[in-house]
Design a protein around this ligand. Structure first.
Ligand code: DC
Length: 225
């Protein structure tokens, strides 16, 4: 157990598996903080893109990450993300940020800093932490560890439909290639790579994308273990 009063539940997994939606809903259901670690990497990246620091400048990026104050605040409409006091919840989701995150997420010093922040957030509250390394690196003593995944073809089909709904012109092949590229980046990251914790529970969302069904599967573990 992490601590007598605060629970830590981790949710790692692949892009497009549905882990974010599940983690968010689980946190709401339990009244825990939704600790979106990806949003923290995104927020620092967003700031870097607006700074004179070049993405190839390691030292510059490390310094910038150390100086950025990231806050996650729970409100009526879910958790909002702030970087140096400015709300960035939506602007950190653009393709520009998504494509640049790896420059920061691959730097061990940046990860060390953000991991320390993530532990600080969980020190005083119960959390559902979502990301790639939350069960392996950030919270190896977590109370429950989940690993959410689905076959690449299923994730491609779902992402493609989402894009279609939004009117974004993209082919299935492009969606598939992008997911494959991100899987590779996540699994081969020099530090904090995506992998299943030895005591992690795999949740395969390939059979159904019904959130309630997948959520109930997770909750059943939390109650019975
Ligand atoms: O989950 P997401 O797509 O919002 O994550 C954004 C990026 O941050 C993604 O490229 C993977 C990276 N990331 C990471 O390296 N470690 C984490 N714990 C969470 C996200």
């Amino acid at each position: 157990m992490n601590n007598a009063t605060n629970l830590v539940i981790t949710m790692d997994g692949t892009c497009g598996s549905g882990k974010s939606t599940i983690a968010k809903r689980l946190a709401e259901r339990l009244g825990f903080i939704y600790l979106d670690t990806g949003a923290m990497y995104r927020a620092v990246t967003w700031k870097a893109l607006r700074s004179p620091v070049d993405l190839s400048d390691r030292e510059g990026l490390i310094e910038l990450a150390g100086k950025t104050e990231i806050r996650l605040r729970r409100g009526e409409e879910g958790t909002k993300v702030f970087a140096d006091g400015q709300e960035v919840t939506e602007v950190i989701r653009t393709p520009e940020v998504t494509n640049a995150v790896k420059f920061l997420a691959d730097l061990p010093e940046v990860r060390r800093h953000l991991v320390a922040e993530q532990r600080r957030i969980a020190a005083s509250r119960s959390v559902v932490a979502e990301g790639r390394d939350t069960g392996t690196v950030v919270f190896p003593q977590a109370d429950y560890k989940f690993f959410v995944d689905a076959p690449l073809e299923v994730r491609t089909e779902r992402r493609f439909r989402e894009f279609e709904k939004k009117g974004v012109k993209i082919s299935q092949g492009e969606v598939r290639d992008d997911l494959e590229k991100r899987d590779h980046a996540d699994r081969s990251r020099p530090v904090g790579a995506l992998r299943l914790a030895p005591d992690g529970i795999v949740i395969d969302t390939g059979d159904t994308e019904d959130i309630e069904t997948n959520l109930n599967k997770i909750i059943s573990y939390i109650k019975t273990t």
